[in-house]
Design a protein around this ligand. Structure first.
Ligand code: PLP
Length: 381
């Protein structure tokens, strides 16, 4: 046996469920990717950039135009300090690579990093590969954050707390009172807050996305991660960016230059052109995804699934305890095999899954027809 750096780590649950879904020709609501294409105007911008010869390396930190557009937007949305494109923004090949660079750059051997479970699957292994120790606290049963437990787990080794808002898989939005509670707990420490905000432009009803960079008490030790894959419905493009104060950006870039050196050029040029010409584009993303959420929920109304509230991101959590007492992994496989619909078992996002929880995650970033068909199948159960 080769001495593995990640013993016990198998293929991710997304890979496993998508493969099973393909094998059974099921409707794949498991992995989080849209079924529809990016705006044709954005695709035209990519085409133009490639034909105009924008096909060589970008500067390490990213195309200046794109960083400029992003800084302008963030300053328009309001940040606790003025975002400077050169000092604070780094374009990366997707949020996953950004997160990896951040952990490698900021977590030293033996440092503890606090995660809230259910948590996105790349955090814990990336922290371990940096020599850090993931400390995984579970959200309370009602979806609130375990701030008392957080307080108790903070110690001199705590380097970072990771927040994900809007949340994958639970669709929760970290509200003002959550940020205030976190700020109070972290006052008088220099613990870094890493906020994974890849779904920042998908918030519904009265919910509002609040970036960590909008929180005055935290912004000077905050790192925010964004993804164009999510915002542009183009997960395969693998493009994202990191926003952080200068001293943290400098450290992150030191690592990032050896991870990828630079993100791909034509997509960066295209993103800058498209965003310049569509100053309110991001608002349309929430509108679209809210329609999808509502359509899927309405179509499941007569089912025996109980739908949990979804304030943001593009996932619907359903409680299936009225239908079956199977563990969620087994029930997800059963769904694929019997009715041909694929979901993600929520236990995969935990270190210690709650034993009695019977939750599945469905991605609703799909065409209306797909949502209607899958909901009709789910209503048969
Ligand atoms: C919470 C969260 N963070 C990060 C990512 C990765 O984003 P990217 O595709 O830009 O690497 C995802 C993708 O599903 C995600 O859900």
């Amino acid at each position: 046996m080769y001495p593995s750096k990640l013993p016990g780590q198998g293929a991710s649950i997304f890979t496993v469920m998508s493969a099973l879904s393909n094998h059974h020709k099921a409707i794949n609501l498991s992995q989080g990717f849209p079924e529809f294409n990016p705006d044709p105007a954005l695709v035209d911008c990519v085409d133009r950039a490639m034909r105009n010869g924008q096909n060589q390396y970008s500067p390490m930190a990213g195309q200046p135009n794109l960083r400029g557009v992003l800084a302008d937007r963030q300053n328009r949305w309001g940040r606790a300090f003025s975002i400077d494109p050169d000092k604070h923004i780094t374009i990366v090949p997707g949020a996953t690579a950004g997160l990896y660079s951040i952990f490698q750059a900021l977590v030293l051997s033996g440092d503890e990093v606090i995660l809230f479970d259910p948590s996105y699957d790349c955090y814990a292994p990336s922290i371990q590969l940096a020599g850090g120790v993931p400390v995984r606290l579970s959200l309370n049963a009602d979806g609130s954050y375990p701030f008392e437990s957080l307080k108790q787990h903070i110690n001199p080794k705590t380097k970072m707390v990771v927040v994900n808002t809007p949340h994958n898989p639970l669709g929760l939005v970290f509200g003002q009172s959550d940020w205030t509670a976190l700020s109070e707990i972290l006052a008088n420490t220099d613990i870094i807050v890493l906020s994974d905000e890849v779904y920042e432009h998908m918030v519904f009803d009265a919910a509002q996305h609040i970036s960590v960079l909008q929180v005055p008490a935290l912004a000077d030790r905050a790192v925010a991660v964004s993804s164009f894959g999510k915002t542009f419905h183009a997960t395969g493009w693998k493009l994202g960016y990191i926003t952080a104060p200068e001293y943290l950006t400098n450290e992150i870039r030191k690592v990032y230059q050896f991870l990828a050196f630079a993100a791909n050029t034509p997509m960066q040029i295209a993103a800058a052109d498209f965003l310049t010409n569509h100053p309110l584009y991001e608002q349309s993303v929430s509108v679209l995804m809210q329609q999808k959420r509502n359509r899927f929920a309405a179509a499941l109304k007569s089912s025996r699934f109980r739908l949990l509230p979804c304030e943001g991101a593009y996932f619907q959590i359903v409680d299936y305890s009225a239908i079956s007492d199977m563990q969620d992994q087994a029930f997800a496989v059963h769904l694929i095999e019997t009715i041909g619909v694929a979901a993600i078992p929520v236990s995969a996002f935990y270190q210690q899954p709650p034993q009695t929880q019977r939750w599945l995650r469905f991605c609703f970033a799909k065409n209306d027809d797909t949502l209607d068909k899958s909901a009709a199948l789910l209503c048969q159960l």
